[in-house]
Design a protein around this ligand. Structure first.
Ligand SMILES: NC(=O)c1ccc[n+]([C@@H]2O[C@H](COP(=O)([O-])OP(=O)(O)OC[C@H]3O[C@@H](n4cnc5c(N)ncnc54)[C@H](OP(=O)(O)O)[C@@H]3O)[C@@H](O)[C@H]2O)c1
Length: 264
């Protein structure tokens, strides 16, 4: 008997003050979990948690700050008694443009937040709770990891590496801890605003399911992956893109220029 009920589980969701992270925290809480939401700002984290209610707490922690991450993991366990679910969702993209036009600072920030932070938080959660008691981890990757498009080379490379890392962690942490990823298409959030705001009708028309994604679309998939319904699933990446990869809508970084294989 498999089950998506999370009653009694405790979850930690990074980057949860808005967007996919906040929607995920809401879905996990609705399924019965108690949830800690992080943001770089304590105020934003607490405000987001307050929208969920008693079963949620906010914690200000920069995803790449090891000391803050450790304190957040400790806070989660001391507040709610365990740490069964980790969603490494915080992500960034300061490095728009061609690879050869990037600088080391933007590259480093992208890779540290999108790739190193999931490794760091998974390690802390494993040591503090999951290795002994079991657990489920989901990393938020992107369909950008599987395509080539102008302007998003550093971001997409970091997400491709995150998919590899998901598989590696799944192997290293089995059988006690399952590690999976989601790869969203274009979702209506702040991070992706530049991708959808001016071109939503065209993007929707080129998407098999005829609309761009909403944070709840991704949250529902994450809630499935961390639940017992996915108890024999590890090291996999679930694409949540409404069929964007099937059509011509993969232009995350569409510059308006014609791209080979895609109509102008
Ligand atoms: N939207 C899309 O189309 C799309 C597609 C594929 C993948 N993704 C991935 O989905 C994830 C969530 O993005 P989103 O679209 O939901 O973006 P969003 O609405 O902008 O939310 C990003 C969240 O991450 C937090 N955050 C940013 N940098 C952080 C850091 N260094 N440490 C801790 N928290 C940080 C933000 O909180 P504060 O600003 O309050 O710190 C916010 O809560 C990211 O990993 C992104 O790469 C998004």
């Amino acid at each position: 008997m498999t089950d998506q009920n999370l009653t009694g589980r405790v979850a930690l969701v990074t980057g949860a003050s808005r967007g996919i992270g906040l929607a995920t925290a809401r879905h996990l809480a609705a399924a019965g979990a108690r949830v800690v939401l992080t943001s770089r700002s304590q105020e934003s984290a607490e405000a987001a948690a307050a929208t969920i209610g008693d079963r949620a707490r906010g914690f200000g922690a920069h995803a790449t700050d090891e000391d803050q991450a450790q304190r957040c993991v400790d806070f989660t366990i001391s507040t709610f008694g365990s740490l069964d679910i980790l969603v490494n969702n915080a992500g960034t993209n300061p490095a728009f443009g061609r690879l050869i036009d990037q600088d080391h600072r933007r590259f480093t920030k992208t890779v540290e937040v999108n790739l190193w932070a999931p490794i760091l938080w998974t390690a802390l959660a494993a040591r503090a709770w999951m290795s002994e008691h079991g657990g489920a981890v989901v990393n938020t990757a992107s369909i950008g990891a599987t395509v080539h498009e102008p302007g998003l080379g550093v971001y997409n490379a970091s997400k491709a590496a995150l998919i590899y890392t998901t598989e590696q962690l799944a192997l290293e942490l089995a059988p006690n801890i399952r590690v999976n990823a989601v790869a969203p298409g274009v979702i209506r959030t702040e991070l992706a605003r530049a991708l959808w705001e001016q071109r939503e009708p065209a993007l929707a028309a080129a998407t098999a399911l005829a609309r761009i994604g909403e944070p709840d679309d991704v949250a529902a998939a994450i809630a499935y992956l961390v639940s017992d319904a996915a108890c024999w699933t590890t090291g996999t990446t679930l694409v949540i893109d409404g069929g964007q990869r099937l059509g011509t809508a993969t232009g995350f970084g569409d510059t308006g220029r014609p791209v080979a294989g895609r109509p102008a």
